[in-house]
Design a protein around this ligand. Structure first.
Ligand code: FAD
Length: 388
């Protein structure tokens, strides 16, 4: 019997790859290996409704009961792939067994970046990436008086808005001079800063954390200027990094992400998709690694199509969303490198959009409570191609 196609990582990308392969008629064996104990699930609600307690665990599952049986997919939860031998086409697994594969798809996702400071391992210091993290965080929040969030990116700010909704005292400590600085324009950073202040969160910019203080558990945060910020719960939300070690140790090219081509191919017979992959974008003229549902789903479909002999170059219009308080932000495209922007609607009204251009070329659109502007911008961006 020939070896199956094996997918490592049972998240958004791994799940979509297995579904698409079956939909396109792949009739060989498929094995889906995931280190978490759950069925594949969606992560966006983890920092939104699921954290608030407004969504049950089962509502996170990407597929209903019976999917794996009906589709003859051998799902192996709670198992980690620990090493890869690309020449022998074999994986070593955490349960001591080995698996041969005919084709391999790496869909190992990303993890929370660590803050390399003393005290980061103290009880009371949290990260948010998986269901287990949210369950721990929810329990701890019940007794927390003051919550400090290190990192003013999407996850940090979404958690801040949930915590303010629960009536908690919240301080956000951001190292850069503005919120969301890696992904948003100064105008949008200013909008979100004002939004959080209006809802009673404290925002401190350009603050460098040097140490988390406490003996039996965290009691506060020491800043570079010697000041101490009191907190009995700390969330570290300082960005993500690719889970690319399995590939790197096997000799595959990695640069905070497994390097792949436009068909998500990393090496002969090995694809990498989703958060763990860095792909060439002709649209933006560089290699990009995206952490979004859009990318995980669409790149999974591209890899499956290539495996089925129907390759189509993957060069998407990236899109993403974030929910904070009563604001739904929807982003299409990547704004980096813009030289001018235009605002439509009035930010004061709470519904507006900002378009970013390089010369005449539209690069990206941020839409705030403006779903129509978001849909139109995705259509407009899809018509642009080639390097910006
Ligand atoms: P993942 O979904 O992370 O799945 C990877 C899986 O592989 C994990 O279960 C991991 O444990 C497993 N794994 C890793 N290594 C191994 C191994 N060696 N062996 C076996 N299994 C392994 N995106 C949006 O577009 N909008 C949002 O609003 C949004 N909000 C988010 C909020 C949070 C809190 C988080 C964490 C992410 C959010 N995202 C959002 C990002 C989005 O969820 C991810 O981009 C998407 O889940 C990526 O899918 P993936 O399959 O690449 O990785």
């Amino acid at each position: 019997m020939s070896a199956p196609l094996v997918i490592v990582g049972a998240g958004q990308a791994g799940m979509r790859a297995s579904e698409t392969l079956r939909r396109l008629g792949y009739d060989g064996g498929i094995v889906l290996i995931g280190e978490e104990p759950h069925p594949p699930y969606q992560r966006p609600p983890l920092s939104k409704k699921f954290l608030l307690g407004e969504m049950a665990e089962e509502q996170l599952w990407l597929q209903g009961d019976g999917f794996f049986t009906q589709n003859l997919i051998d799902f192996m939860p709670g198992i980690r792939a620990v090493s890869l031998d690309p020449r022998g086409k074999r994986l070593q697994l955490s349960d001591g067994t080995a698996r041969d594969y005919s084709t391999l798809i790496l869909a190992t996702g990303s993890r929370a970046r660590e803050l390399p400071v003393p005290g980061a391992g103290l009880p009371g210091v949290h990260r948010l990436r998986a269901i287990a993290d949210v369950i721990r965080l929810r329990e701890a929040v019940a007794d927390a008086g003051r919550i400090a969030i290190v990192g003013g990116g999407y996850i940090g700010l979404e958690v801040a808005s949930v915590m303010r909704g629960l009536g908690k005292s919240v301080v956000v400590l951001e190292g850069e001079g503005r919120l969301l600085s890696r992904v948003m324009s100064p105008l949008m950073s200013g909008f979100f800063h004002a939004l959080h202040l209006r809802h009673g969160a404290e925002i401190r910019l350009s603050e460098r954390v040097v140490r988390l203080i406490g003996e039996d558990r965290v009691r506060g945060i020491e800043l570079a200027d010697g000041e101490t910020v009191a907190a009995d719960l700390v969330l570290l939300a300082v960005g993500g990094r690719a889970n690319d070690e399995l590939a790197e140790e096997a000799g595959l090219a990695c640069q905070d992400g497994i390097m792949v081509d436009e068909h998500a191919l990393a090496a002969p017979g090995i694809h990498a998709i989703g958060d763990c992959a860095r792909f060439p974008s002709a649209r933006y003229g560089r290699h990009v690694r995206l952490e979004s549902v859009q990318n995980a789903s669409d790149q999974a479909r591209a890899a499956a199509a290539a495996i089925m002999g129907k390759p189509e170059a993957y060069d998407p219009v990236p899109w993403f969303w974030s929910d904070q308080y009563d604001v739904k932000l929807q982003i299409a495209g990547l704004a980096q490198g813009y030289d001018r922007h235009e605002t439509e609607g009035d930010p004061e009204s709470g519904s507006f959009s900002v378009s970013y251009f390089h010369g005449d070329r539209l690069l990206a659109v941020d839409a705030v409570n403006a779903p129509r502007a978001h849909m139109l911008s995705r259509r407009a961006l899809a018509q642009t191609a080639g390097p910006a």
